[in-house]
Design a protein around this ligand. Structure first.
Ligand code: ZN
Length: 80
């Protein structure tokens, strides 16, 4: 069985698609295979540094403040 791989834009590692969140944006590059440019690990690291993350509410991007556990839960457990 072949596993689809994708290179993370931030850490430059080639990782299985499961390590990327699904990209819900309307505008996206076909080469991104429907996934975000950043792997889950990089997303978590960045969110922890910023004490929160960007999310879409009513088609607008808003910054949501979150603690470490909320961030990990968002990026690891939820597949969005
Ligand atoms: Zn990465």
């Amino acid at each position: 069985m072949q596993i689809d791989m994708k290179k993370c834009f931030y850490c430059k590692r080639k990782l299985p698609l499961i390590l990327f969140n699904t990209n819900n944006c309307t505008y996206q590059v076909k080469a991104d295979l429907g996934k975000t440019v950043s792997c889950r690990i990089c997303s978590i690291k960045r969110a922890i540094k910023q004490n929160g993350y960007m999310t879409k509410v009513d088609n607008k991007f808003v910054f949501v403040q979150a603690n470490k556990w909320e961030i990990i839960k968002k990026y690891l457990i939820c597949n969005n």
